[in-house]
Design a protein around this ligand. Structure first.
Ligand SMILES: [Zn+2]
Length: 375
């Protein structure tokens, strides 16, 4: 005969515990766990919670040590929930803190499973994505930038984010806005202004913003918008002297570097071009980023002729390479052919060979030249 390990009464031959007692014990454990973890997620009267779980503990043969372990596990469960849900609200943070202090949970005990470390990593990540989205939001909708700065500084402090990481987050938030804008269509004057204000407020360096090409992309988008609005863009800064002999009233709009120039002996066939994929805006033609999927058929008829600078003005295309130097007037071009990586042109002279230019930015090259030619 043995006594039940729970109630202490006779349990019967070869039995350590009553089935009912064991059941009650297990149920009490899970009830306490649920109550405590809930209290770690929302504001709870902890004095009342304590009374409640102590009553359950007494009724379910849960001793003091086990109860203390259960409270620790409940706290850990709440943290795991917060991490799994990929969130961390102020209410949750407060509730977890309060719970820890009310029951004087020992750091040593909590650290055993590494949960506090996971929580601070989670808090930091959460703070980082919060900062990114605040910056992106301000960069797309505009807003009070001083307020934004205060907000992100506060998150920085709370989440122990270092200065370098913070700068990085602001830059990537800015970059994300540019990507979103170009997925969506052309950059508007308002979008440009908001991005410029953000850049100025946080003193973001152009080289930093251009590390993945976002800054150049924005400028290109603005150039295209100018042209579609029938304004001649003046957005490029030239260091040094360019080898193009411009006419008096001619304005340089863009210069492409390292352009591969190809000459063809026969008319090139283009496969699966982008015609019709784009959206029309105002008077111009505008193809979206990613609309260019057509490839040139590679035949022996196409020869790489040179590599050099391509200047684009309001009147001509200029090319200056090591051996080939020429300009083509837009009014002499009968057809433009977009292809992945560049543009092909066909002049109207009977003897003219098809010519093509690989700039590695088909979207911009095609939109730029076709719309300038129509100006
Ligand atoms: Zn019993």
């Amino acid at each position: 005969m043995a006594n039940c390990t729970y109630c202490g009464q006779t349990a019967g031959i070869l039995k350590k515990a009553h089935k009912e007692c064991k059941q009650q014990h297990e149920q009490g454990k899970s009830e306490i766990l649920v109550l405590v973890s809930d209290a770690g997620l929302k504001d709870t009267d902890l004095q009342q919670l304590q009374t409640q779980i102590e009553q359950i503990a007494t009724a379910c043969y849960i001793n003091k040590n086990l109860l203390s372990d259960l409270i620790t596990s409940g706290w850990e469960k709440a943290v795991e929930f917060v991490i799994a849900a990929n969130q961390f609200t102020v209410e949750e943070e407060r509730a977890l803190d309060k719970l820890k202090h009310h029951f004087s949970l020992s750091e040593e005990k909590l650290n055993k499973n590494g949960i506090p470390a996971k929580l601070s990593a989670h808090k930091q990540n959460h703070g980082k994505s919060k900062i990114s989205s605040l910056v992106s939001e301000a960069g797309s909708k505009g807003g009070d930038l001083q307020q934004l700065e205060d907000q992100i500084k506060q998150i920085q402090t709370e989440c122990l984010i270092d200065e370098g990481t913070l700068r990085e987050l602001v830059v990537s938030g800015w970059e994300k806005v540019v990507v979103d804008i170009f997925n969506d269509g052309i950059v508007t004057a308002q979008e440009e202004n908001v991005l410029n204000e953000l850049k100025q407020h946080f003193a973001l360096a152009e080289e930093k913003l251009d590390r993945n090409g976002a800054y150049t992309q924005l400028v290109k988008g603005c150039v295209l918008r100018d042209i579609l609005n029938r304004n001649l863009p003046e957005r490029i800064k030239i260091d040094g002297i360019l080898p193009f002999n411009l006419q008096k009233t001619e304005k340089l709009v863009w210069v492409f570097q390292n352009v591969d120039y190809y000459e063809e002996k026969t008319r090139t066939q283009y496969v699966g071009g982008s015609q019709g994929v784009g959206i029309r805006i105002a008077k111009g033609v505008y193809y979206r980023v990613g609309a260019f999927k057509g490839e040139r058929q590679q035949t022996s008829e196409i020869a790489h002729a040179d590599r050099g600078l391509m200047g684009v003005t309001n009147k001509h295309l200029y090319f200056v390479g090591a051996t080939k130097r020429f300009r083509i007037a837009y009014n002499k071009i009968v057809a433009f052919e977009p292809f992945e990586g560049g543009i092909g042109v066909q002049r109207d002279a009977a003897t003219a060979k098809p010519q093509s230019f690989v700039t590695n930015d088909d979207w911009f090259t095609y939109n730029l030249i076709v719309n300038l030619a129509q100006m």
